[in-house]
Design a binder for this molecule. Sequence first.
Ligand SMILES: Cc1cc2nc3c(=O)[nH]c(=O)nc-3n(C[C@H](O)[C@H](O)[C@H](O)COP(=O)(O)OP(=O)(O)OC[C@H]3O[C@@H](n4cnc5c(N)ncnc54)[C@H](O)[C@@H]3O)c2cc1C
Length: 539
Amino acid sequence: MTKLIETDVIVIGGGMTGAGVLRDLAARGVKAVLVERGDLGSGTSTRNHGLLHSGCRYVVRDEDAAIESYHENLILKKTLPGAIDETGGLYVKVPGDDDDYVKLWVEANRKVGIPVEEIPVAKALEMEPFLSKDIEAAFLTPDGALDPFVMVVDIVADAVSRGAKVLTYHKAVKILKSQNRVTGAVVQNSITGEEIEIRAKMVVNSAGPWSGQVASLAEVPLHMINNRGMLVIFAHRFNKHGIFRLRKPGDAEAFIPTRNVTLFGTTGINTDDPDDTSLDRQEMIGMLREGMPLVPKIFEMRLIRAFSGNRPLYQENGADDPSGRNVTRGMALLDHQNRDGLEGFITITGGKLTTFRYMAEKTVDLVCEKLGVSAKCTTHEEVVPHRDAKEFFKTVDMAPAAKNKIRQWAGLRAKSIEETMKKEKVNTPICECEQVTWAEAESVIPENEGFNIEGIRRRTRLGMGPCQGTFCNFRMAAVAVEKGITSAKEASRELYHSVMERKKGMGVVATGETAKQLQMMEAIYRISLGLRQEAEAHV
Ligand SMILES: Cc1cc2nc3c(=O)[nH]c(=O)nc-3n(C[C@H](O)[C@H](O)[C@H](O)COP(=O)(O)OP(=O)(O)OC[C@H]3O[C@@H](n4cnc5c(N)ncnc54)[C@H](O)[C@@H]3O)c2cc1C
């Protein structure tokens, strides 16, 4: 028999947009269930630059998007301390860049109130020694870096602590309707195949690049302009500020420092398939060449991997622009009652990570208006508690509230922290590059999701360093089997999946040290451990 859940609102999609909507609903006392077909943040929300935009980048072309970004930049710096790094930005003009554009850019920032400050070239070079000695002008800006892996978990954990429900690894497969009204959705457990019927007064579609697919479940036409962008990761963090090329926005012009590494990109190519995260070596080489005028030693620095994601862009009546560059980065809030005559169905898409909170506020304003709820948004002033597993495990004498919080988090294993801490080798890192201990990794293995190394990676940074999981992935799998958390079969399948994912990103950048690393990974997994595709076939 199909299981039944009743709620007020179903939020489809557990990226930053859905997470923000869920938290805002919970903060206003509206009952909500978020359904996500994979892990939290497994879509575009963790496949980007991680730039906390100041608005500078779009200020000449899209004033509204720039103002929206700057406003949110200031709010997120105040309310998301665990996920934001206030690096500041440095916009740099190199020989050949258009002087008139620089004047236009300075004036446009002044007009909308984004503070930019020109500094002497010598000072910029002192601050950022990897910059080209030929640069002609430099401006400090209020850009920053955000860690989307942390952000999505902190936001959802806060929503859960306020009573919201989360079903990860549950895909919306049907939108239920009665005449011209949405009445709920059917979701399917991606692991067991079990279906759950969720009855609700409203459904919010926040499925990012998949929004068109979700809208089609409700028989509503929605054409997304999905735009694939590729990025590379350098093995170390060589810049203090976000470094940007001061020219009309184009490809490959931002170096964003985040945690221990620097991200560089990106490209933009429209794609029909929201699951297209393909990587192309020529595209990457072209990108690196574009980066040379800013950072001349770019080809000599070690790259650890490449990845790509799809920008969920939307423009009413479409846009004839194969690069997607001229499609607005502003958000699209679609009330399908007005647009298509279907009550109780809303789509929120477009926008950026930086503006997720604002997108959620506007969406929940609309939901509340329809449900007759008068509570106002508070997310612009309420600080999001940061849930840092490493800190939790280092602090022996934790406040009971903090312990409860970690136990509550989305159905995590209900083991007591003390019990875990007593275990042997609890503080020995199993991932040396990112200093992830077994205790930390174990604390983020959810109860009902099966053993998933990529999920553990997203939550702890396991395997994200220069060795890309060469040593820690098999340790993780072996310890999990030894401790009875998973079977040898499941561990092999997961190991295979994770190693393939790492190899995909490393293969495209593999020269020098990374090529050697890849060969060592191949030797360990293929030759010593005999990991083969059959690992998938067994299951
Ligand atoms: C290359 C690149 C660089 C970028 N850089 C930046 C940047 O530096 N700063 C910035 O602010 N923004 C940046 N962006 C934009 C930003 O990443 C996106 O706007 C944002 O992540 C979109 O979040 P989302 O939650 O709407 O979509 P997603 O994160 O894609 O979330 C949608 C979720 O819906 C789930 N889903 C799909 N179908 C179903 C279903 N049927 N049932 C249940 N769940 C479903 C998916 O699994 C997915 O997790 C960048 C984007 C790209 C591609």
